[in-house]
Design a protein around this ligand. Structure first.
Ligand code: GDP
Ligand code: MG
Length: 449
């Protein structure tokens, strides 16, 4: 019994040990947004604000000529033969290579289900049939935090793609955190399609793009390699959109790919570092955005509460004005009516209904009105009645209009709003602080080692 418990406990620690701090931070941030009850996405939606949940992994798009070594690089990174490689045109469509609980291949529709933010790809006719996802259980390097997007090899000329490959790659470039461009020394490194795409992508995403001279072990001697590199850089610089100083192009190759040892310098670790840097940047951005989003929510709540206060005081004065106007509109004809009754009913009837003192008081108070009424010639009495009835009607209508109220929040709604504000300002911000602390601590620890 206790053995079983111990076994389970150790399995748990093993499990949590394989989940890196960074992975957990991104997952927790994701949950803070997507939780159905307390998630920021839903809180914001109820306030009329659209928030996007952060992604749990970065996306790395690989482009390059056919046979430049893209698929081989993915296999090397993952340390598993996930993608088919070879000189024949192997990769026809787009493949998302990602880590998961079990080895599996998914079709296009399942892929878009897994990556809802890639859903607009459907608009590019024919792409869905050429989308696949390869899920691998590998946790090598930083693979648990990366999704690679392998693309069809780019070639010029007659090659017919079953969909608009340029449009699809440009669109994927918008979604990717990193865009790796592989140039190989033997193939059509300078194929027009690749150069055009690189130029177009760098209009928006120059900062996300990295260039590599791949399969560098096949470039011959050092001098040959230099020449190839010069050629590629020259070709790139000819493009107006790419003419920048200092093209950085590490030379990389898959160790032992050619089967014979190579003396060429391999900078493939640079690629891994670029991936790591992007992951770190993503974590920092995600945490910063978390705080910004909380602030935005708190601001909206404050604004709503202010608006509600303004509406309440508006309603208070509207009610006051409405009452006053209504009262005048109501009293005016009433006074005329009383005056009419008082002067037309005989004194006896008044005394018998109101009592002697009552009748006298009435006469006393009605005297000014009676005085004014008597000034008006008898022939105009009906007109005067009409006039005053009209005035009081207008007053009553204005009163009705003036007392129109603005909607206000009830106590429960107000409380709910304030709770939301406190939740994002206190709970989530504290959580963000502690996640940041964990993130920083691990890099401090890394340096200490
Ligand atoms: N010598 C050497 N061969 C490589 C390297 N990377 C890939 N290859 C070979 O080049 C061919 C094409 O590679 P592949 O990954 O399919 O290219 P892709 O079309 O860009 O996906 C395959 O036969 C690989 O074995 C490398 O770094 N060095
Ligand atoms: Mg390939």
């Amino acid at each position: 019994m206790s053995g079983k418990v111990r076994q389970r406990a150790s399995a748990n620690t093993a499990d949590s040990a394989t989940v890196s701090v960074n992975e957990r931070i991104l997952k927790e941030c994701h949950t803070l947004y997507t939780d159905p009850d307390t998630g920021l996405v839903n809180i914001a939606k109820n306030l009329g604000l659209t928030l996007l949940a952060p992604r749990k992994k970065i996306t790395v798009l690989l482009i390059g000529n056919h046979s430049a070594g893209k698929s081989s690089f993915i296999n090397w990174y993952v340390e598993e033969h996930v993608q088919r490689t070879g000189v024949a045109i192997e990769t026809q469509g787009f493949t998302f290579v990602t880590s998961g609980k079990k080895r599996e291949s998914l079709t296009g529709n399942a892929t878009l289900h897994l990556y809802p933010h890639f859903e607009p790809l459907r608009d590019i006719e024919g792409v869905t049939d050429y989308l696949t996802t390869e899920i691998s259980t590998s946790k090598q390097k930083k693979f648990s935090l990366v999704t690679f997007v392998d693309t069809p090899g780019l070639v010029d000329g007659d090659m017919k793609y079953p969909f608009d490959v340029n449009r699809a790659i440009l669109w994927l470039g918008d979604m990717a955190d990193l865009i790796f461009v592989f140039f190989d020394p033997i193939g059509q490194a300078l194929c027009k399609r690749t150069l055009n795409l690189v130029e177009n992508l760098s209009v928006k995403h120059a900062d996300r793009m990295r260039f590599y001279l791949s399969k560098a072990d096949e470039a011959g001697h050092e001098s040959d390699r230099q020449r190839v590199m010069m050629q590629i850089v020259q070709e790139l610089c000819k493009r107006p959109g790419l003419n920048r100083t200092g093209f950085d192009m590490p030379t990389i190759y898959i160790p032992n790919a050619s089967g014979k040892p190579s003396r060429c310098v391999n900078q493939i670790e640079e690629v891994c570092k670029d991936v790591e840097k992007s992951i770190n940047q993503t974590i920092q951005n995600t945490l910063n955005n978390l705080e910004k989003d909380c602030e935005q929510i708190a601001e909206i709540v404050d604004r709503k509460l202010d608006e509600d206060d303004a509406a309440s005081s508006h309603n208070f004065s509207a009610r006051g004005k409405g009452c006053l106007l209504g009262l005048v509109g109501f009293i005016l004809p009433l006074l005329l009516l009383i005056n009419l009754l008082a002067s037309n009913l005989g004194k006896d009837i008044l005394v018998s209904t109101l009592g002697r003192s009552g009748a006298e008081t009435l006469q006393l108070y009605m005297a000014p009105i009676k005085g004014m009424w008597d000034v008006i010639p008898k022939a105009y009495h009906y007109h005067t009645w009409g006039f005053f009835l009209f005035i009081s009607l207008v007053l009553l209508i204005v009163a009705k209009l003036k007392s129109r109220l603005k909607p206000t929040l009830n106590r429960k709604q107000k409380k709910a709003l304030m709770e939301k504000r406190d939740y994002v300002q206190n709970m989530i911000k504290t959580k963000k602080q502690s996640l940041y602390q964990e993130y920083l601590q691990q890099s401090v620890a890394d340096h200490d080692l």
